[in-house]
Write a protein that binds this ligand. Sequence first.
Ligand SMILES: Cc1cc2nc3c(=O)[nH]c(=O)nc-3n(C[C@H](O)[C@H](O)[C@H](O)COP(=O)(O)OP(=O)(O)OC[C@H]3O[C@@H](n4cnc5c(N)ncnc54)[C@H](O)[C@@H]3O)c2cc1C
Length: 368
Amino acid sequence: MSVARADVLVVGLGPAGAAAAEAAAAGGARVIAIDRRAQAGLPVQCAEFVPMMLGVETAAVSTARVQDITTMATYVREAAADITPDFRGHMIDRAAFDAALVARATAAGADIRLATALRTVAPDGTCTLGCGTTLSPRVLIGADGPRSLVGRAVGLPNIDLMETRQITVDLISAHDATDIFLRPEIAGGYAWLFPKGKVANLGLGIAPEKKHLLKPLLDELHAELLAARRVGPKIHAHTGGLIPVGGITGLAARLGPTQVLLAGDAAGLVNPITGAGINAAVLSGRMAGQAAAAFLKGDAKAPDDYAEEATDLFAPSIALALTRRRELLAAYAQGRPDDAALRQGWIAYDKYWSRTPAQSPREVKEPA
Ligand SMILES: Cc1cc2nc3c(=O)[nH]c(=O)nc-3n(C[C@H](O)[C@H](O)[C@H](O)COP(=O)(O)OP(=O)(O)OC[C@H]3O[C@@H](n4cnc5c(N)ncnc54)[C@H](O)[C@@H]3O)c2cc1C
């Protein structure tokens, strides 16, 4: 059995792990970053929308940008769309985006190892990889997504997970809005049509106990949009995946002498209403990588500072979304939510934001 040496082991090379590996390596740490996937970003499990702000944070957005989004159109049942103007963002090629972030980590000096899975984490933080190699890093960064093994090893798993299903179809006419479909039958979730040049991602997310409805509901929506001549019949790709919707699990922990930091989906940094998590993954990953480098240089408080700063940054929007999600699920528990309840549970509407002073749909700029 071989032994590898690194100051920092990053598990997962999605947006969180790649950003963490880049930041830790740029900060002078010896970094090994692994992903069980053979190619970064593939297969794509994403609707590929990112908020405008992320383009300011990382050049990977411009590398992967396919088209811009200007508005959001929300369809409540069969009613005409409610338009949220000035809802700006980009549709990206997610595989190209993840690959660009990994290229940045490589350029910063991280040792990137694809097709390499983390198999076990011992109580002292010793990690065993699928190939049998063991490592005892001083800092272990868990950026390994919704079902994070690192998160489970420190007792901070994601408990609530939303199920999704998505197809990519032809788009009949160019479109620059993210279309959202709120329907009572999509329990605890919603459907989306996100345009991506000549094609569009059409999908939905739903509470796990309704997982069996994913396919029939998606088939039904596809048929409706086909009849409305908005999309074509051909399905170019199928995907899906889990989205953590239970809020922040935790950001820093210890396993014996090993400092553990969680980032992105592994830390539950996803908006429990929209399911958006790319922005938070990149930002939290970068912050975790910087904290790892600072810790290795002797700043013993860096992990706690990371936890505090990430909580300050992400907790307010996640907490509000959690409240709205619980209200929505409570409405389902009593039967089916009415239109008012569906609207209160979506970011396009004043009632969603009603605890925050005087925010109108016009001011909704970031989904997470
Ligand atoms: C269908 C769908 C649509 C979505 N649409 C959007 C959207 O439009 N906009 C948005 O902002 N968010 C969206 N999200 C959420 C978004 O994809 C995630 O929030 C984002 O990918 C989180 O990044 P991450 O790096 O934390 O985790 P991930 O991207 O999940 O990366 C984790 C990585 O860890 C690797 N890994 C896991 N376990 C191990 C292991 N044991 N060993 C080695 N490697 C491991 C995985 O292979 C993976 O590459 C969507 C999610 C789904 C499922």
